[in-house]
Design a protein around this ligand. Structure first.
Ligand code: NAD
Length: 438
């Protein structure tokens, strides 16, 4: 597996158009929970329990850098809920990783797992640093030391990390190797499932690399069928050209969707004839970003957001579509590959303009779904074909889409609240059966 996903520098800001730091992602997710709890009519005690994560782990650990200097790193693992199964969720390496954002992302994993009927709960973690500012050897030592510091807080039946922004299959291989050296030698072979998103040779599954993009495309296909929209010959904008963005673009381009504009942390490119997603993916693999790609004209972020297209796939970070961006957007659909790309104002304005939004907890759940397939294969010592993985993913994503769409119609709410409310109902049903200890 390549290091492509680690190759982008930190964003100038998480805040659309400004340097604001006060965006409270956790509060936003909390508000969705409160609104969805009313729609789903869940018992107040259920939303009270789910309003805070079960565990918030912070570890500070020293790492020897290449210069011999010792640096202290801060790592997080938030374990939101494990009622339905082990905590599950990605590890993010980014300079703006902060506890409240990780709490928000961990809660979203709980909703995703429940919505996709996976036997998992939700978790998320990461380290506050820029992975592009260190050497490969340093990255390996940071990852191993973090895994060691987490110790028994992770495990194949307890809490299972996966890749997210700034991490990839290589990161997972180091984590698995470190963890397997922390258990008895007679258990090493049993703990491959401590992480998912591993390279295939190290126990990963075929189809995981593209899984989030593939799942997003299955949702877009369902949306297109529901709206009688012909994807062939349509156009898309893609923000973020890492794992999720590039795979989404490549798969959609095979369905005849032309990428007229694309952007990452280095800037934005436009080509009315369509940017070649395959070639751009290869370019980013080598150069680490879209900067300097000859197939398009450089445009500003503002111009990107006002480029007319049919589909917009935000696949970078949270809080990218605010008031200004929503007012500029001239698209039919926002398909959320990223977690939390629309802020509440951006979401409201987009919906008021008649733009459909496929919400993150549904739209990007293909990653955790295929992570589940990887975990099952590890448990059973099986290797499934890519066709089998894709076929299962298609059934799971399309079923979830239809359930969310039906719930939105029945409860007269938007798709995001429908998705949250289904997840809440499923979790509530288990709390009612098991009741609260003691
Ligand atoms: P990645 O690190 O592979 O790619 C991130 C991309 O976003 C890069 O192209 C980067 O340049 C770009 N980016 C960063 N800051 C930006 C900015 N300010 N403006 C524009 N572009 C910017 O990460 P990824 O794994 O593709 O994750 C992207 C999003 O998808 C995140 O929100 C993540 O939580 C979510 N997600 C990922 C997975 C997965 O399986 N990897 C699954 C579900 C959801």
């Amino acid at each position: 597996m390549s290091d492509r996903q680690m190759s982008s520098a930190p964003p100038p800001s998480l805040r659309p158009g400004s340097g604001l730091r006060e965006y409270d992602f956790y509060k936003v997710i909390q508000d969705y929970l409160d609104r969805a709890a009313k729609i789903a009519k869940v018992e107040p005690y259920v939303s009270t329990i789910l309003s805070q994560p079960k565990n918030e782990i912070i570890v500070n650990f020293p790492v020897r850098m290449d210069t011999g200097e010792i640096r202290l790193f801060k790592g997080y693992r938030v374990q939101h809920n494990n009622l339905l199964g082990p905590f599950k969720g990605g590890m993010r390496y980014h300079p703006q990783v902060a506890l409240d954002d990780v709490k928000a992302l961990a809660a979203m994993m709980t909703w995703k797992s429940a919505l996709l009927r996976l036997p998992f709960g939700g978790g998320k973690g990461g380290i506050k640093f820029d992975p592009h500012s260190v050497s490969r050897h340093e990255l390996q030592r940071i990852t191993r030391r973090f895994t060691h510091a987490l110790g028994e807080n992770i495990g194949p039946e307890y809490d299972i990390p996966a890749p997210d922004v700034g991490t990839n299959g290589q990161t997972m291989a180091w984590m698995m190797d470190t963890y397997s050296n922390m258990v008895g030698s007679n258990q090493k072979q049993m703990v491959k499932g401590v992480v998912t998103g591993k390279p295939v040779a190290s126990g990963g599954t075929l189809g995981r690399q593209k899984a989030t993009g593939q799942g997003l495309v299955y949702c877009i296909l369902e949306w297109a069928e529901e709206k009688a929209f012909n994807l062939e010959g349509s156009t898309m904008l893609v923000q973020g050209f890492g794992n999720v963005g590039s795979n989404t673009a490549v798969i959609l381009s095979k369905l005849g969707v032309s990428m007229v504009a694309v952007g990452d942390h280095t800037g934005y490119l436009y080509n009315p004839e369509g940017l070649n997603a395959h070639k751009l993916q290869d370019y980013v693999e080598i150069h680490g970003s879209i900067a300097g790609y000859p197939g398009g004209k450089a445009i500003t972020r503002e111009e990107f957001f006002s480029t007319k297209a049919d589909i917009f796939a935000p696949c970078a970070l949270e809080n990218q579509i605010g008031e200004a961006e929503a007012k500029s957007l001239d698209v039919k659909l926002i398909a959320e590959g990223a977690n939390g790309p629309c802020n509440p104002t951006g979401e409201r304005l987009a919906l008021e303009k008649g733009i459909d939004i496929l919400p993150d907890v549904l739209a990007n759940a293909g990653g955790v779904t295929v992570s589940y397939y990887e975990w099952v294969q590890n448990k059973r010592s099986e290797t499934w074909s890519e066709e089998e993985v894709d076929a299962r993913l298609e059934v799971a994503m399309k079923r979830a889409y239809r359930e969310v769409s039906e719930q939105a119609r029945a409860r007269k709410c938007d798709l995001r609240l429908a998705a949250y409310s289904i997840a809440l109902q499923r979790i509530e049903a288990v709390y009612k059966e098991r009741e609260i200890f003691p």
